[in-house]
Design a protein around this ligand. Structure first.
Ligand code: MRU
Length: 367
């Protein structure tokens, strides 16, 4: 997407054909910083410490991490070791394992001398494919927004609530939950987005709001607890969120707090949609509550908040007593029964084993 008049993806191969640049998301919305990843360890750090984040982008960064490793050591031992190192960075987004498996399956049968070039090629393909998947999600989600707009009086706005950041910053470009919103805006539909701040790391306030502002999407930042109230008042027409892992029966794991939005949506008859590319479906598990590993992050993310001081410096402030500990589960699981539909690149599926099987018969068969 454009920042000012320059087009950015979130990750790209440098002109040297070796190192990889990323937008370092820790500094947004205050500063747009670009970092260069020169080794697999750099890629692991970028994922673990959330310089990059969002399930699809984590996967593509890991793929480039494998390529960086193959350049220095293309042996089987190094391939397995880099798979392990990158896989250990974050536990919940299934796109990480999916991308690492793709890379290893491609590289293992190749002679060592050919592995680095093949790895760079495939990582770049995965990046391009992510963009195409998101375009598909955009088209399919747009039809849902259009249908809501058609039921409104001319000139009335479609109000969409989103949680966390499932925008272009969470992917290579376009985003998942945001792709239909950008297309709706282009088509002239009046859309307005309520952006959950998404404590504790504030991906909504810092990233989604920055994206919306940058692309001229009318939007309003709200605290995480406001969504239910707004739904009771009829202020939300639909919810669209992303996901880090959706199970074969349609249970949706996403950023902590998503489940509460789904409950409120269900109680208020507000459609609750989840936008996802197929690599985010974990065909090997059915029960999301039991089987999705939930990342536990440092309690300091809850107790300390980053912001920009009036003098322009970035600073962190403590908002709780020094002696108070904090728990920080980063994701939760929304059961399939609360999900109105899964917006994929192939169409909108019912959130159920049958619904997913109908759209992805080849994947469902293989699992
Ligand atoms: O902890 P994060 O910022 O990596 O979590 C990101 C999310 O939960 C997104 O909603 C999800 O990855 C979908 S991204 C298209």
């Amino acid at each position: 997407m454009n920042v000012g008049d320059r087009h950015f993806r979130t990750i790209w191969l440098n002109e040297d054909g070796r190192s990889v640049d990323i937008i370092d998301q820790r500094w947004l919305p205050h500063e747009l910083r670009v970092e260069t990843l020169k080794s697999a360890n750099d890629a692991a750090t970028a994922i673990r410490d959330m310089w990059v984040r969002g399930a699809p982008l984590i996967g593509v960064t890991a793929a480039y991490g494998v390529a960086l490793q193959m350049r220095t050591d293309p042996s089987d031992v190094a391939l397995d070791a880099v798979w392990d190192t990158l896989h250990a960075t974050r536990p919940t987004a299934i796109n990480l394992k999916w991308a690492l498996d793709e890379m290893r399956a491609l590289l293992r049968p190749l002679p060592e001398a050919e592995r680095a070039a093949a790895a760079y090629r495939r990582a770049s393909e995965l990046a391009d494919e992510d963009v195409e998947l998101n375009r598909g999600i955009g088209r399919n989600g747009l039809a849902l927004i259009r249908a809501i707009a058609a039921r409104k009086k001319p000139g009335e706005t479609v109000n969409i609530l989103t949680h966390c950041n499932a925008g272009w910053l969470a992917t290579v470009d376009y985003g998942t939950a945001t792709a239909p919103i950008y297309l709706a805006l282009e088509e002239g539909i009046f859309v307005h987005v309520y952006v959950d701040e998404t404590r504790p790391r504030n991906q909504g306030a810092q990233l989604t709001a920055w994206e919306m502002a940058g692309h001229g999407v009318p939007h309003t930042l709200i605290v995480d607890n406001a969504g239910g109230h707004l739904m009771q008042r009829g202020a939300i027409d639909m919810v669209i969120v992303g996901t880090d892992r959706t199970t074969a029966n349609g249970d949706v794991c996403n950023k902590i707090g998503t489940y509460l939005k789904a409950l409120a949506a269900y109680d208020n008859h507000v459609p609750f949609y989840v936008a996802l590319p197929s690599p985010t479906i974990d065909w090997t598990i059915a029960d999301g509550l039991r089987d999705v590993p939930i990342e536990e992050r440092d309690g300091d993310e809850v107790s300390l908040v980053w912001g920009r001081a009036p003098d322009g410096t970035l600073c962190q402030v403590r908002i709780s007593p020094d002696a108070t500990g904090a728990a920080n589960p980063a994701f939760d699981v929304t059961p399939a029964r609360l999900v109105t539909g899964l917006i994929t690149e192939r169409g909108v599926a019912e959130a159920s084993a049958a619904g997913l099987k109908a759209l992805f018969p080849e994947k469902a068969k293989a699992s």
